[in-house]
Design a protein around this ligand. Sequence first.
Ligand SMILES: Nc1ncnc2c1ncn2[C@@H]1O[C@H](COP(=O)(O)OP(=O)(O)O)[C@@H](O)[C@H]1O
Ligand SMILES: [Mg+2]
Length: 328
Amino acid sequence: MIELENVVRSFKIVKRKSGFRGTLKNLFAPETEIKRAVNNLSFTIPDGQMVGFIGPNGAGKSTTVKMLSGVLYPDSGSLRVNGFVPHRDRKKYVRHIGVVFGQRSQLWQDLPITDSFEMLKSIYKIPDEIYRTNIELFNEILSLHTFENKQVRQLSLGQRMRADIAAAFLHNPDIIFLDEPTIGLDVVVKENVRAFIKSINEQRGCTVIFTTHDMQDIEKVCKRILIIDEGALLYDGTTEKLRDVFGEERVLTVSLNEKTDTLTACGIKSSVDAENPLDHIFRVPKQIKLPEMITEISAKAEIADLRIKEPEIEAIIRRIYEKGAADA
Ligand SMILES: Nc1ncnc2c1ncn2[C@@H]1O[C@H](COP(=O)(O)OP(=O)(O)O)[C@@H](O)[C@H]1O
Ligand SMILES: [Mg+2]
């Protein structure tokens, strides 16, 4: 179980001044300010859950992941992961976790990945049997064999990320932290990475937290999401609930058999699609029931086809960032 209670972490940052005088001042008497990267963050994640940790750039995601993995300590508040205090118990703790930072490889740049894996095997004292099974399984999903003899520095970003992710899972950790594991990857590799994370989570029951600002990651992989902005929690819940509570309207498109002027149903007026004049588009607020609308429309015109588009998670989240969850 992962437990955070009122976690705060600040950084001292230098206020940069421009111009000649400013440059001198930066050098000799830099003015600093304190930036709260994580501001009173509290949440709990039970064993085996897969959680998407999302937020715009600079929201405090990486800082949180660094504290969870024990490389940064909090200024105040408490962090506990499976009974460990990450930054204090780091030595014992690392065996239980796997970490991937999308921006930086954890592998040895000059070694082929097979050698890196062998090194990890001995560092973590991974039994032969587990090592063999894992390499085989990871190969199957991530096709590592196609580049296993190349040095890490020669790999493409997508290959490097697949290798990094495999490396993080090699010692069967109970908890995995992935910081932007899909950043910069092409669509196919992204799909591979998502499938991998999902299947390991299901098969092994490990707890997974991953940060992303890719909405597809969230829709395809996570049931629960935590949204943070400016170091504070804005939303904690399922993607379905997010849609239910914050999704304002669905778009109903009705194709008719004959051209008609604007239609009105349940008080909502349609707009006629300029390109397909047989298509009427209704923006339906969430308090209106779709079956009632469709019944009303079909009493007025003959319906050939209809499509319903649910509100997009991406649009909902953008609105939450803009307004804050309380009044989104
Ligand atoms: N080592 C650091 N020194 C100074 N400021 C930092 C440091 N790490 C992060 N910050 C600042 O803390 C805030 C949160 O950063 P980060 O956790 O990296 O956000 P995210 O991963 O969500 O993009 C940002 O304003 C960032 O500039
Ligand atoms: Mg980050």
